[in-house]
Design a protein around this ligand. Structure first.
Ligand code: ADP
Ligand code: MG
Length: 204
């Protein structure tokens, strides 16, 4: 018997599970002009599949891509828990070290994830899988890598605020250890933080 199960209906995509296979289907956005909407959905689908393949080659844990269509990707189901739901003081060290090391591997392979939040990471058999590469890009620019980290920093600070400073310390230490141009990226991250503060003060 075939059981098609809807596992997530987000703003961008419908995720369904059938026989161990996940289909991520980008749904039309009514507020976008039709031709543009089709173009955006096709481009994000293609990009996500390409970046998933590239991340896998770089040694990062991601679901295997099984096939693509214009607006949908079929991939392996990663069974486990969303890191957003389970990250705690007790498991933080191990999970955050793995997150930092995986981001370093992505960046060493010129992959910018584009949406690094703990909602887009799944803990499965003690390993952290990365998903949702639709906003990513291929770039080796220090600025893009630092922006990727800044997004994660903001996500962790708002979602995991009770443990965020310890969690980020572990993420960055592990990133620095494994990233080819980690020092430069971390220096740029500091500059990005200052830019943010300046904008906030300037608007007072
Ligand atoms: N391959 C997968 N295996 C298991 N769960 C998945 C998989 N892909 C997506 N999901 C689930 O669906 C949710 C939304 O998928 P995601 O790719 O992040 O789409 P969105 O762009 O809507 O955020 C994820 O947070 C996760 O819970
Ligand atoms: Mg997501």
């Amino acid at each position: 018997m075939n059981i098609l199960k809807l596992i997530n209906l987000g703003a961008e995509a419908k995720i369904s599970l059938d026989d161990g296979i996940v289909t991520k289907d980008r749904i039309p956005k009514g507020y976008r002009e039709k031709v543009l909407d089709v173009k955006i959905r096709k481009a994000r689908t293609k990009k996500e599949a390409k970046l998933l393949e590239r991340a896998k080659v770089a040694g990062v844990m991601v679901p295997n891509v099984l096939g693509t269509r214009d607006f949908s990707i079929q991939m392996d189901f990663v069974s486990g828990s969303c890191v957003k739901d389970i990250l705690s003081a007790g498991n933080m060290k191990k999970i955050c070290a793995s997150i930092g090391s995986s981001i370093a591997k992505l960046h060493n392979a010129s992959i910018i994830h584009g949406d690094l939040t703990t909602s887009n990471m799944i803990l499965s058999s003690d390993k952290v899988y990365f998903i949702d590469f639709g906003l990513g890009q291929v770039s080796s620019k220090v600025e893009d890598k630092a922006t990727d980290l800044h997004l994660l920093e903001e996500a962790i600070e708002s979602t995991h605020y009770t443990i965020s400073s310890g969690a980020l310390k572990v993420v960055f230490a592990s990133y620095l250890k494994d990233c080819d141009d980690g020092d430069e990226v971390m220096a740029r991250l500091s500059a990005i933080r200052l830019r943010g503060r300046y904008v906030v003060r300037g608007s007072d």
